[in-house]
Design a protein around this ligand. Sequence first.
Ligand SMILES: Nc1ncnc2c1ncn2[C@@H]1O[C@H](COP(=O)(O)OP(=O)(O)OP(=O)(O)O)[C@@H](O)[C@H]1O
Length: 354
Amino acid sequence: MNETRIEVKDLVVRYGDQVAVNGVSFSVGRGEHLTLLGPSGCGKTTTLRAIAGLEQPSGGSIRVDGRTMYDAAGRTNVQTEQRGVSMVFQSYAIWPHMSVFDNVAYGLRVRKQSQDDIKANVERALDLVQMRHLAERGASKLSGGQQQRVALARAIAFSPTVVLFDEPLSNLDAKLRAEMRVELRELQRRLGITSVYVTHDQEEALAISDRVIVMNVGVIEQIGTPEEIYNRPRSRFVADFVGSANLIKGRPAGDGTFVTEGGTSLKVMAPHTPHGKETEVAVRTAYIGLEPQAGENHVPGKVRQRLFHGDFVQYVVDSGVGAMIVRRPPTNLLPEGADVTLSFSPEHCVLLEV
Ligand SMILES: Nc1ncnc2c1ncn2[C@@H]1O[C@H](COP(=O)(O)OP(=O)(O)OP(=O)(O)O)[C@@H](O)[C@H]1O
């Protein structure tokens, strides 16, 4: 995993006056699944397309498997077809008038493989996505999930070293998307594919990635494993965009203590050094209990609202540190108006840097 397969350094991409990607650097290890996550317009698709050679950067460098694909200084810019990378798009981009087999074979024919190789490679790819039994079917007669599998088979048929995914599951309904995530992750691990994946869906990013890059307005906000991003958000943006968190304003008072605007003293953890005196702590909604626990921060409160979601219950609790959202399992339901003690450990009370 430590062997670097993709290296992006100080990447800048402009559209006219607008800077879409503003100095982005990261690397992807062999067999790693890295996800670029961020809101619409943050530059994640542009970054991915630049790696594929579909976008012309104006600064920085891109290396894949030790080969320089783009280098502003050295004026290198390798053509898309010569980069050895494969891409799966949101809109499947499969041809409805062709059979499943021909769709998958297309890229191999373009690469002038022999008939025998084409047959073997198409069948292997279709086996991997469990679509071989539908090889002769017309692509227009497939469900959304099956079409996406064909697109995936086509992307892996020529054994690319790197696969780039641009929101490949976003056209599927929620249930199928959840199923395909599991399949995709399984396939990616089994084949040891090095991949960069773009999504705006934070749940998807956390579920399927080895590491996640959170982007905002053309720059990287944070890079880390899904657990690091969730448990140790660096900024208000990350705490807010990934998962759900309560943000409490105040200032650090030394010795791992944080004093809220309302004067409540909390024990916190500080994985990052805060920039200013006024800052915030983030407390995940899933990490707050409603009864006292030894060694935790305690804040008295009253349940203002209870929303039953099925898989969990969401409480809005008015407290001395503001209105706090709390997610609990759907058992031992508390009524609205109940007096509670908000309880969360210092480890889950994360001081934000910015
Ligand atoms: N072809 C283009 N011409 C001009 N501006 C563009 C072009 N493509 C993207 N942009 C702009 O560049 C910025 C980054 O776009 P990009 O598509 O990379 O964002 P994104 O994070 O992938 O968003 P989305 O999820 O909506 O695709 C946006 O402000 C966008 O409007």
